[in-house]
Design a protein around this ligand. Structure first.
Ligand code: BES
Ligand code: ZN
Ligand code: ZN
Length: 489
């Protein structure tokens, strides 16, 4: 639980007080905290460099059982994410020491030159996200999350930001929900089971939700979803979540790639390449969790989440290279490679979104291409949009949430490489270069006029090693980003 708490440092029982210390500047304004930080800086081996740590077990200045000082580096490099990371690390250190609660002492907003609300939000976010442990599959739970995380803030200041702790909890619970779904192994989340998980959470949050099964998808003409789903015993589904407030002047449709396992299909992935392909539903997880976040936060915007869910498997009933699939839009697609399956399920989802809801914006999120990881590495998502305003909005949200995005080009002439001799288009390019771009051009063929952006999250959807505020596994990338985008429309 997050809260503001103006405690009495000399009287109240505090398990752990955490104080950030800057390498080359004084950042605290409150007497006791300032003095504590000054004492810490007298410790020879502690200079305030990032990740340095010193703990006092006794101080005449406070009754806290422990005071931990964490270095946050130089003043010039202080930004919002430094504080998210600081708070995440503080919480993780407490967890590893089995300390049940922490009080974080924020620096002065003035001295750090960050707006108070932004600073507190970042600290709450880092702390809440850092408090997440994925131990669903461990019999022995070695550590438990903290029960209470407090920000030591004057009551007067806290009063004007009363709703902030709950707001951060709502949004970051969405990120954690997506993380968990991504980290769950494919044997426990085939399309039907994953659909049920989404439905359960969606209904709990008060969303309208429905699932289309194979027969319905057939009647609708979703040849992409059905084609990709052919090879698996686990039949495809499409979930539609809807958040529809009474007053709404805009409609946003979000589409998420939900491949619960991507083996590559008949074009089987080589060697160890499929080892991590349980994460290929990260886009759907992010979109579903964003819709649930909307149900909690109640923006005045009509938001729809469209989630095609399939398992891409090789078998006697699989779709094959050379097959031609008819998409929901009516366009036919020649399958050049069964491993380029994401675009085949998204093409149905995108066209369905536009036709059914006439939205103001369509955004899809997908672990679409290895090529995007080659281009941008593991931490940055690619944004593909022909609509400058939409791309700019996403880029501004990405800066605020530190879910980093980079706008990529969409040169029309690259589409020439996706021609098919006998169908309207092919699902692969004849060239191996620029694979993330050609994939995005393919997708944009299925959106006629709506401002549309595709976000390729193949890199940042997953981390093998923990970072400051995320354990190894699914990162929940995109939930805070999409929420921020909606919140700022
Ligand atoms: N799911 C993969 C993309 C992926 C790769 C996601 C690595 C996360 C990590 C996607 O379905 C795929 O296999 N794409 C192919 C496309 C190619 C066959 C045109 C790729 O990127 O190689
Ligand atoms: Zn694939
Ligand atoms: Zn895939």
């Amino acid at each position: 639980m997050l809260r503001f708490w103006e405690c009495e440092l000399k009287k109240d029982a505090i398990d752990l007080l955490v104080v950030p210390v800057c390498e080359n500047a004084e950042i605290h304004a409150r007497g006791t905290i300032k003095s504590l930080a000054e004492h810490a800086c007298k410790v020879e081996e502690f200079t305030g460099k990032t990740d340095e740590e010193v703990i006092f077990y006794k101080s005449h200045l406070t009754k806290a059982k422990r005071v931990m000082f964490l270095g946050i580096g130089k003043k010039e490099s202080l930004d919002i994410d430094v504080f998210r990371r600081f708070a995440g690390k503080a919480v993780k250190k407490a967890i590893s020491k089995n300390i049940p609660t922490v009080v974080i002492a924020p620096p002065s907003a003035k001295k750090t030159e960050i707006i108070e609300e932004t600073l507190y939000r970042a600290l709450f976010e880092g702390a809440f996200l850092g408090n997440h442990i994925f131990d669903l599959y461990k019999e022995e739970k070695k550590h438990s999350p903290l029960s209470t995380i407090s920000l030591y803030v004057q009551t007067k200041a806290a009063d004007t930001l009363k709703s902030l702790p709950e707001e951060v909890e709502s949004v970051c619970s969405g990120t954690i929900m997506a993380r968990n779904w991504v980290s769950i192994p494919s044997n426990d989340k085939p399309p039907e089971a994953f659909a049920n998980m989404i439905l359960e959470e969606g209904k709990k949050a008060g969303l309208e939700a429905r699932v289309f099964d194979e027969k319905e998808l057939e009647a609708m003409g979703c040849g992409g979803i059905l084609g990709v789903g052919m090879g698996s015993e686990n039949r495809p589904k499409m979930v539609v979540l809807e958040y529809k407030p009474k007053r709404a002047d805009k409609v946003v449709a979000l589409v998420g790639k939900g491949v619960t396992f991507d083996s590559g299909g008949i074009n089987l992935k080589p060697g160890t390449s499929s080892g991590n392909m349980k994460i290929d539903m990260s886009g759907a997880a992010a979109v579903a969790a964003t819709l649930i976040t909307c149900a909690r936060m109640k923006p005045d915007i009509h938001v729809v989440g469209i989630l095609p869910l399939v398992e891409n498997m090789p078998s006697g009933s699989s779709y094959r290279p050379g097959d031609i699939l008819k998409s929901y839009s009516g366009k036919t697609v020649e399958v050049g490679n069964t491993d380029a399956e994401g675009r085949l399920i998204l093409m149905d989802g995108l066209a369905y979104a536009e036709k059914t809801y006439s939205p103001d914006y369509i955004v899809d999120m997908a672990t679409l291409t290895g090529a995007c990881m080659i281009a941008l590495g593991e931490k940055i998502a690619g944004v593909f949009s022909k609509d400058e305003d939409l791309a700019e909005r996403i880029s501004r949200s990405a800066k605020r949430t530190h879910e980093r995005c980079w706008k990529m080009p969409m040169p029309e002439d690259y589409l020439e490489k996706m021609k098919s001799k006998i169908a309207d288009i092919s699902n692969i390019s004849e060239s191996r270069w620029g694979g993330a771009i050609t994939a995005s051009l393919f997708l944009s063929e299925f959106v006629k006029t709506t401002p549309y952006a595709h976000i390729d999250i193949a890199g940042p959807a997953f981390i093998a090693k923990a970072n400051a505020y995320c354990p190894p596994g699914g990162t929940g990338f995109g939930v805070r980003l999409l929420w921020d985008f909606i919140d700022n429309l």
